[in-house]
Design a protein around this ligand. Structure first.
Ligand code: ATP
Ligand code: MG
Length: 139
């Protein structure tokens, strides 16, 4: 069965460029319920843990630098088939090849400054939700 949660980050680049409101509006239009949300800045250690799977990749250091560059919005999103539908809404990792109308096409600048994160599997969505939110922070 497909899971009903996914986790998104509105990355520091998108926050700094004033895209938070527009991105949240698109999330609402796509019928996601926001079941938890906060505004925080990750430190290096937390970013390395969040992106542990990318350790050793040539872009790893930049990835950690950009995600810790300032505050970000983290939100837990709920609807049926959440991971797949949200990945469709955000589009390809590289804004240059992302489909028209997707969040990364509309708000991303490059493969590294791509505006948002979305969980890539139900299993990772649960892991990421637990990484950021306690039970008391979920509604
Ligand atoms: P995210 O995990 O941020 O939602 P994604 O799942 O589409 O993005 P991943 O393969 O998980 O892509 O890569 C994580 C992040 O690492 C990307 O968002 C991007 O910033 C960076 N990244 C991935 N591949 C490259 C690459 N080839 N060159 C530079 N940066 C990259
Ligand atoms: Mg990913």
């Amino acid at each position: 069965m497909k899971g009903n949660i996914t986790l998104t980050l509105i990355k520091p680049y998108a926050v700094q460029h004033g895209y938070v409101g527009s991105i949240l509006a698109k999330i609402n239009e796509a019928s996601f319920r926001i079941s938890a949300m906060k505004y925080l800045q990750m430190n290096k250690k937390q970013a390395e843990q969040f992106y542990a799977i990318h350790k050793g990749k040539p872009y790893f250091e930049k990835l950690v630098r950009f995600i810790t560059d300032g505050p970000l919005v983290v939100a837990l999103l709920e609807r049926e088939n959440a991971v797949e539908i949200y990945r469709k809404l955000i589009g390809a990792t590289d804004p240059k090849i992302a489909a028209e109308g997707t969040l990364r096409k509309l708000f991303g600048a490059s493969i590294e400054l791509n505006a948002v994160h979305g969980s890539d599997s139900d299993e990772n969505a649960v892991w990421e939700a637990n990484f950021f939110f306690s039970e008391m922070e979920r509604f």
